[in-house]
Design a protein around this ligand. Structure first.
Ligand SMILES: [Zn+2]
Length: 319
């Protein structure tokens, strides 16, 4: 299923094309912006993004289905309308500077009785739901998960687009319109995708050490979650995979099998991987909290990451 780009059009298995009337002029993309459709299906989202609407027209370059199918709605050098009011790194209005990829996903769900319901009424089973707080703020909420094949395909796409167009960064809609937008949300492993696709110089995750005599390592970022393994002893070194306000997802350096959440109060940085001292909250602000389940499956193990030479160095962006 190798993908390639010919004359600003995607070519490959499971790729089809349909032209949207919702498009602007010619542009040179500098960024890739990822979204969720908050829709019912690939087909319904494609239909919606190819329709003129009195309340405002929307579109994107690609729509990525849960089964890995991709529909291209406009060539990559033509403006589509996916970002809306947005800004990043001094640019205002990212539609004129970015490629937009919409991923079929119902988005933020709502608990109704024993079910999780989308805004359009469809119910989703518990195994398609991630309970997490958004890194931009708000309470722990249910989010529709992405499928494994969809995440793999998103990584493949991002890799190709970044390489082909020399894109500066991969962003979420939530990065360029915070407060207004929450997509792709906590269920999408955006920081893992970024580290794989952009290849940072400091590719290995920062190391921390356990400072408490015994520290529980849990299934989720809260003391109510069960431990995943025996409590970590003082001095145990861990890789920091994901940081949140009070909890961090870590992997034990000496045993990659052990991965779970620990309280930030009982770990300390071993050595600063960047010129400035590293702190979990700074990491959360800069890189964000990806959905833990999906992030794990998409992230390369730290050992592999360290071995991989950096493809390109991109300076870290402040959130
Ligand atoms: Zn969006």
């Amino acid at each position: 299923m190798t993908l390639r780009i010919e004359n600003h059009k995607l070519v490959g298995d499971q790729v089809s094309h349909r032209d949207t009337p919702n498009r602007g002029g010619v542009m040179t993309p500098s960024y890739l912006v990822l979204h969720y459709t908050a829709g019912r299906s690939l087909e319904s989202s494609v239909e919606s993004l190819c329709t003129r609407k009195p309340q405002g027209n929307a579109s994107a370059h690609l729509v990525l289905g849960r089964d890995g199918r991709i529909v291209q709605l406009a060539p990559f050098n033509i403006v589509t309308w996916h970002a809306g009011v947005s800004q990043w790194a001094g640019l205002v209005g990212l539609n004129s500077h970015s490629i937009g990829v919409e991923m079929d996903n119902a988005g933020l769900l709502k608990r109704v009785g024993s079910q999780y319901q989308a805004w359009f009424g469809k119910a989703y089973p518990e195994d398609e739901v991630l309970l997490a707080a958004h890194r931009n703020g708000g309470p722990v909420s249910p989010w529709h998960t992405y499928s494994e094949v969809q995440i793999e395909r998103a990584i493949e796409l991002a890799d190709l687009l970044v390489e082909h167009y020399g894109l500066q960064d991969v962003l979420g809609h939530e990065d360029i319109a915070p407060g207004r937008k929450s997509d792709p949300g906590p269920a999408f492993p955006l920081s893992a995708l970024k580290s794989r696709v952009l290849g940072r110089e400091d590719d290995s995750p920062p190391r921390y050490v356990v400072t408490a005599s015994s520290l529980n390592i849990r299934k989720g970022p809260d003391a109510s979650f069960e431990p995943v393994a025996a409590a970590l002893r003082k001095g145990t070194e861990v890789f920091l995979l994901e940081a949140r306000d009070r909890w961090s997802l870590v992997e034990v350096v000496s045993n990659a099998e052990v991965e779970g959440w620990v309280s930030n109060a009982f770990i300390a940085a071993v050595a600063a991987p960047r010129s400035a001292p590293f702190s979990p909250s700074a990491a959360a602000a800069a890189d964000g909290a990806a959905g833990s389940r999906s992030a794990r499956s998409a992230a390369k193990p730290p050992s592999e990451k360290k071995a991989r030479s950096a493809k390109k160095h991109r300076p870290a962006k402040d959130a």
